[in-house]
Ligand binder design. Structure first.
Ligand SMILES: Cc1ncc(COP(=O)(O)O)c(C=O)c1O
Length: 396
């Protein structure tokens, strides 16, 4: 497939560095996830951090009514998207930064749906002073910790301190005295199921362990979510429940939970970066790529491209490095390079000026490297869509 993209870029006279998305594949991924979730009756909230291109976020929302609302990573991002005409924002990561709080107030005052995820009294205090003069209360969701704790071992992410139903109930009771805020449900993300593949060739041992662990953890998570919801409803029957869970990697695990969850989240699955090849529970197509141009040939079989880096966040490892085409490999010494990236191929006879096609390890981070992304369909460029960066937006 990569060689077809290479030929296409040549025909279109497009030279790297550039990012491109194959819209047919992008749309097929959106349809596959929608069809998977549809029988459960749940909605899918779109994780914008995994797209970072407003035109593509809109394309997903237009593709199927199952996609409803956005999960943003920053309040200022949500304000930007609100100004672009989007609605219904869940900001998934707490903030106490004054600029963020005033961004939330602006969206709220526009009458749009907006939720912030919080987990502590300090978060509630920061919000209550900002919203004290608002005409209607601001909605907050509590994040519940779903990491798997096996003795001293923590399998999952370290985010919320809310581990037990009692701790959650205490915070729900506390918020009742703050008239400017309204408790509106939960976000309960299970990173150890959603965010790690169980057939990662770069981590064979961990992958072996993860397979049974993901199933074990998913069962416990379902019980915990259900218990939490029923305890809250027993004491606060008026709670209007939004209950968000999951990500692309755990869609299939969460489907039986349609009595507890009200919605799932997905983002990375639309582009399907290479870390999402390493899951045994779904099969999506690579839809987002970048191309670098060969500018030097230091010795036979080595081709040095202009541009590089593009390392994904997370635990440093070879699985965070972009992957070149199937019959090419990176140098162990330089890896993904900095401003130049050498690739080795015994079979490809590249010329100076040719492109090499790569896939990023993660989804949205690729778009932080470009001002626009080339959208390709049926062998043609349909648009150059601006990324957040192209709009001059940079959050963190
Ligand atoms: C709270 C939350 N929900 C969902 C996701 C999953 O998003 P994706 O589908 O892009 O993996 C993430 C990813 O980091 C997250 O932090």
């Amino acid at each position: 497939m990569s060689s077809e993209y290479r030929a296409l870029l040549k025909k279109l006279k497009l030279t790297g560095p550039l990012a491109f998305v194959d819209l047919h594949k992008f749309d097929r991924n959106a349809k596959k996830m929608a069809d998977l979730v549809r029988p459960s009756g749940l909605h899918i909230r779109v994780a914008t951090k995994s797209l970072r291109v407003p035109e593509l976020i809109q394309r997903v929302l237009n593709s199927d009514p199952i996609y409803r609302g956005l999960m943003c990573f920053s309040a200022q991002e949500a304000l930007f998207l609100s100004e672009q005409g989007f609605n219904d924002f869940l900001i998934a990561y707490p903030t106490v930064c004054p600029q963020d709080l005033s961004a939330l107030k602006k969206i709220h005052d526009q009458g749009k749906e907006v939720y912030l995820v919080v987990d502590s009294i300090a978060h509630l205090e920061a919000l209550s002073s900002i919203f004290q003069n608002s005409s209607r209360p601001f909605r907050v969701l509590f994040e519940v910790d779903l990491s798997l704790r096996l003795g001293p071992l923590v399998v999952g992410v370290r985010r919320s301190p809310l581990r037990t139903t009692e701790q959650v109930l205490e915070l729900v009771r506390h918020i009742q005295s703050i008239s400017s805020l309204k408790f509106s449900g939960f976000m309960a993300y299970e990173a150890q199921v959603a965010g790690v593949g169980d057939r990662n060739p770069f981590k064979p041992l961990l992958s072996k362990l993860l397979k049974p662990l993901r199933h074990f953890s998913a069962k416990k998570i379902a019980q915990k979510r259900e218990q939490l919801k029923s305890r809250i409803l027993a004491e606060f029957p008026q709670t209007e429940f939004l209950f968000n869970g999951g990500g692309t990697g755990s869609l299939s695990f969460n489907l039986p939970e349609n009595q507890t969850l009200t919605e799932l989240t997905a983002g990375s699955g639309f582009y399907c970066p290479h870390l999402f090849d390493y899951y045994s529970n779904f099969n999506l197509e690579a839809a987002a790529f970048f191309a670098l141009q060969v500018v030097r040939q230091p010795e036979p079989h080595w081709f040095t491209c202009l541009g590089g880096g593009f390392i994904a966040s997370g635990e440093p490892n070879w699985d965070r490095i972009p992957r070149p085409e199937a019959n090419m490999k990176l140098s162990g010494f330089e890896a993904a390079g900095e401003v130049q990236t050498p690739v080795y191929s015994r079979t490809e006879n590249l010329a100076i000026g040719d492109s090499v096609i790569f896939r990023h390890a993660k989804a949205g981070e690729l778009m932080e490297r470009f001002n626009d992304v080339v959208l390709i369909q049926d062998g043609k460029v349909t648009a150059n869509a601006k990324t957040y960066r192209g709009f001059g937006q940079c959050y963190f």
